[in-house]
Design a protein around this ligand. Structure first.
Ligand code: PAF
Length: 273
């Protein structure tokens, strides 16, 4: 696996691999089994797979965890290599941000759910991804459904800016107890890890209610809130696949999304159904 530290090295790598199908897996590092599954999917689908590791400052709000976000380059290189990546791109902030030019995420999608408490977050995500897409020019790019709102905004970005890239959604990878894998799980202590499973349990409860014929969003949300108790809930939302709020679940057209605090750590999870 090649280690690329600057844009010139990426360009040289791309010249050597001209004409090949390129898959791209953008990450902020602290790679776990969720990232590993994205990389493996890219390796399966493409001749060349490039993983980026970049903790993107513009998607963190003041007071968020930019400084303490987990960073472990040696580990990330190992995981990417073991998963079969052809190259890993590890740029620094000055290379990715020669100026403060930015892209604005679509406001209707970016101001709800995560965007309601993290204004500007998706502008930062869209800005960095547009830069990576322009540098790497992949044929496919891989995103986890764990960050469903991000996935839908990225699909919108690609369509709106006419990037010729297929966005490949990938299933959430969960620990044995159901907790969705996330780099932020490393902030949780032992007892918080147990509490964190309530997010998944609330989604399982929702699924059971739907299977038993309950489709009302209000009823499902109230039951989910009971499962999440005593966690501080940021939101429980039931939406269609374009993130419009819906009153009734429609099978194969709906998404249930949760954000809740476990101690000081804000976690998200969701279920497509
Ligand atoms: O999901 C992430 O890790 C980040 O938002 C991404 C897509 C790598 C952009 O910085």
């Amino acid at each position: 696996m090649q280690i690329l530290r600057n844009i010139a090295e990426v360009k040289d790598f791309l010249i050597l691999n001209q004409g090949k199908e390129i898959g791209f897996v953008p990450t902020m590092g602290a790679l776990h089994a969720g990232h590993e599954s994205l990389i493996k999917k890219s390796v399966q689908d493409n001749e060349v797979s490039i993983v980026s590791v970049f903790v993107n400052p513009t998607q963190f709000l003041a007071g968020e965890d930019l400084e303490k976000y987990p960073r472990d380059e040696a580990h990330d290189i190992e995981v990417a290599k073991a998963a079969g990546a052809t190259a890993i791109f590890l740029p620094d902030v000055s290379q990715m941000y020669p100026s403060d030019i930015s892209i604005k995420a679509p406001s209707a999608l970016a101001s709800i759910l995560e965007g309601a408490t993290r204004p500007g977050h998706f502008d930062g995500v869209c800005t960095i991804l547009a830069k990576f897409f322009n540098i790497i020019r992949p044929m496919r790019a891989y995103f986890g459904k764990k960050d469903t709102q991000q996935l839908i905004i990225v699909q919108n970005l690609v369509k709106s800016l006419f990037f010729d890239i297929e966005i490949v959604p990938c299933d959430i990878i969960r620990a044995g107890d159901g907790l969705a894998l996330s780099s932020r799980n490393s902030y949780l202590d032992e007892s918080e890890l147990i509490e964190a499973c309530k997010l998944y349990r609330a989604l399982v409860k929702a699924k059971a209610l739907v299977s038993a014929g309950t489709f009302s969003s209000d009823v499902i949300k109230a039951e989910m809130a009971k499962v999440l108790n005593p966690l501080k809930i940021d939101y429980i939302e039931i939406c269609d696949r374009e993130l419009n709020s819906i009153n009734q679940i429609q099978i194969d057209k709906s998404i249930i999304l949760i954000a809740a605090y476990v101690g000081k750590t804000r976690l998200i999870d969701n279920l497509w159904l």
